[in-house]
Design a protein around this ligand. Sequence first.
Ligand SMILES: [Zn+2]
Length: 312
Amino acid sequence: MKNKSIMQVILLSVLVCLVCLASPSPAKAQKEKDDLALTLQNVSGNVYCLEGAGGNVGILKTAEGLLVIDSKIGQVTDAVLKELTALSAPSTLSAAPLKIKYLINTHYHGDHTANDEALAKYADTIIMHPNCKASLIKSLKEKAAEKTFISKIQTWKEGMVINLGGETVRLLYLNPAHTSGDLAVVFEKARVLQTGDLFFNGMPAYIDVKDGSDTGNWVETIETLCREYPDYKIIPGHGEAATVKDYLAFADYLKHLRKETAAAIKAGKTREQAMESINTDQFKQIKANELGNFMTIKTNIGWIYDEMAKKK
Ligand SMILES: [Zn+2]
């Protein structure tokens, strides 16, 4: 009998532990909920930005339908569809089916493209750079065969401009930078520039060395865009809407890491030694984001080191 009650206590303890492991603490659950929360903001004129849970989504609202740039992470499919449907309605009083004239991808990363399949049902055309298409199909592996959105892709061509609802939307490719196929999008009438991940505002960058990133060209691209569109509002890939001054500060951050990493390589330092020794005190305002240890100033140095070693 005594043994039986000891066994019952042990079994109950195991059960309690399993339940604890399976259900997150209230604080953790709240954080997860906050991380998935979306906020829609009007940036300028008919251009909006859907922030939170993955890369920023830029939206042009017109009577002919929406032009949507990027599609966020897979955990927020329903929320993205809900926000886009509400925005595409002619007024808050009248509902209308979601209509997307164009879905544009700035690059292939999953936090910008995971809902392409869900949005494709409502979209006439999907546009991305040819390198982005190739990398996206490669990243989907065998799942690519199941995806219907691929048949709607029209690849970017030099000088591509979309005229929709009185807005002129210019699609720019300025050679490999964050990835091998980044597009920046210019809304000329609203005077808004959407950069995709060519801009991480207030946080360290992700540098996709395997896909052929080029941080040297990335800096030049930022300087070109800031020169061409000095008074535009900027929708970055991640972080809050920004100005050219903020964007140039991000270029300075990349430039500093490149200069110091090149010097470390020249001095014969290893990747780890470079990550530990380079002084980045002047970039204290750049804080690690929700990806924590994955995207930090140190990992940025490591990726730049890899990129430079690869190009040697
Ligand atoms: Zn990215």
